[in-house]
Write a protein that binds this ligand. Structure first.
Ligand SMILES: *[C@@H]1O[C@H](CO)[C@@H](O)[C@H](O)[C@H]1NC(C)=O
Ligand SMILES: *[C@@H]1O[C@H](CO)[C@@H](O)[C@H](O)[C@H]1NC(C)=O
Ligand SMILES: *[C@@H]1O[C@H](CO)[C@@H](O)[C@H](O)[C@H]1NC(C)=O
Length: 427
């Protein structure tokens, strides 16, 4: 209250009082007390919109502290500032723009603020113009606001249609793909932004028509090639959303089968490079990559053949030994085996049986069930594999699951098939 009086009276120590106020506003209790003081927000916004540059920055910092609040009353108190926050985004001061962006980014978490104020006040066109700023800190700030806006529950209905109707998706894609020299902070934010847009499925045809898939795949190829020579700080943070964007877009029907032909095998190699590089330190990257490999192999015999290459397949099999990856690896093996006898013959020749039999000893029923599915496809398409399976004591490994309710049926069929195919059914 005393600080507010000092500031109101326009004393010489106004700047000092404002800075002390800002420190005080870092605490939740003070925020709530401050907004209830008579005229407090009017004074603050007055200084924020005034023509004294120093006081303006300090007032902006005070608003920024308030915007961190999770208290709806505090956010509500900040709403009269939103039109000015947007106005200053077309100004000349980079530092003020940055501060305004992060303040807006905090405020947009409150959906009523967005619907009642920011959308009608034109936040989308303002961001669409700001993203073209030559200053990296401004672009990073835009990335922050967008990722906050786009991940809200109401985004698919209220926000994403407006974003798609602007130049933002194209600019976001461009910045994800081309901004690595200046640090990957902004690229990471925009990649998550694209991910939220794609997940909403509001209009993925539009993104596909803007060549989003080949551009992102090209980025992954470049990252893999850069990583093989130099280490890029935090690159895993970018790989994760980019891989997800590609996986989800590939799941759309409109992605033409031909679209990836040229890049498919190189993409698989790049994904394996990421997996090998990160598997011990950032397992989640290996999981993301395996998801995409799963998507790639689900409908493409070309991808399956590429995976069977001698320089890739052993790496895939090795991943079976990671507890949190084995299910995904088995799903990929299923995709390959489902492609028919040539693929199953290749799997058999590449000694897939031994690891598959080893997995039968694991306690995880879901993993074992997936393992049984691979075996089933193998025996069906390539009966020689069944004989080999019996020869490697596979039947004994199967029998230990005979009493498990969930697996019983699958196990019974498989034992019967193996015996029939090896001519031991009557024995
Ligand atoms: C899309 O943008 C154009 C101009 O940029 C505007 O005229 C039109 O009303 C917008 N459509 C929607 C659905 O927002
Ligand atoms: C998606 O965007 C395209 C291109 O702007 C447009 O032709 C199409 O009607 C949109 N689809 C939907 C479902 O809005
Ligand atoms: C591709 O991945 C997405 C998301 O991970 C998933 O929803 C979809 O079912 C997958 N498609 C195929 C064919 O595996």
């Amino acid at each position: 209250s005393q600080l507010l009086k000092n500031i109101q009276r326009g004393k010489e120590d106004r700047a000092a009082s404002l800075r002390l106020l800002r420190q005080g506003l870092q605490h939740r209790e003070n925020q709530q007390k401050f907004i209830r003081l008579e005229g407090s927000m009017r004074v603050l916004i007055g200084l924020f919109t005034g023509n004294l540059a120093d006081l303006q920055m300090d007032a902006a910092r005070c608003l920024h502290e308030l915007s961190h609040s999770s208290d709806p009353d505090v956010v509500e108190a900040c709403l009269p500032a939103t039109s000015y926050l947007l106005t200053y985004l077309s100004g000349h001061s980079v530092a003020l723009m940055e501060l305004c962006l992060y303040t807006l980014g905090n405020l947009v978490v409150e959906m009523t603020a967005v619907k009642k104020q920011l959308l009608p006040q034109g936040i989308i066109p303002v961001l669409a113009s700001c993203i073209q700023s030559p200053h990296v800190v401004v672009r990073e700030g835009v990335g922050y606001v967008l990722s906050q806006l786009l991940q809200s529950k109401e985004a698919p209905a209220e926000i994403i249609p407006l974003v798609l109707n602007s130049t933002l998706p194209k600019d976001m894609l461009h910045l994800v793909c081309s901004n690595l020299e200046e640090g990957i902070g902004a690229a990471v934010e925009f990649a998550w932004g694209l991910h939220y847009i794609i997940c909403s499925r509001v209009n993925n045809s539009l993104l596909i028509s803007q060549r989003t898939v080949p551009s992102l795949v090209q980025l992954l190829l470049e990252l893999a090639s850069v990583m093989s020579t130099t280490s890029v700080e935090g690159v895993e943070l970018l790989i994760c959303p980019v891989v997800r964007c590609v996986a989800n877009l590939l799941a759309e029907d409109e992605v033409g089968d031909g679209e990836l032909v040229e890049q498919e095998e190189r993409l698989l190699r790049a994904l394996f490079e990421f997996i090998q590089y990160f598997v011990s330190e950032h397992l989640f990257i290996a999981q993301e990559c395996l998801w995409l490999i799963n998507n790639l192999t689900a409908d493409s015999i070309r991808s399956c053949s590429a995976l069977l290459n001698p320089d890739l397949f052993p790496s895939l099999l090795k991943l079976l030994s990671y507890e949190r990856l084995s299910l995904l690896v088995l799903t990929v093996l299923c995709n390959i085996a489902a492609k028919g006898s040539a693929c199953c013959q290749a799997l058999h020749q590449k000694a897939v049986l031994f690891p598959l039999i080893s997995i039968l000893a694991l306690p995880d029923d879901q993993v074992v069930a997936q393992d049984l599915e691979v075996l089933h496809l193998l025996f069906h398409h390539w009966p020689e594999a069944a004989a080999d399976f019996v020869g490697q004591s596979g039947l004994q490994a199967l029998e230990q699951h005979q009493d498990k309710l969930q697996l019983q049926e699958q196990v019974k069929v498989l034992i019967w098939t193996a015996k029939e195919l090896t001519g031991t059914i009557l024995a």
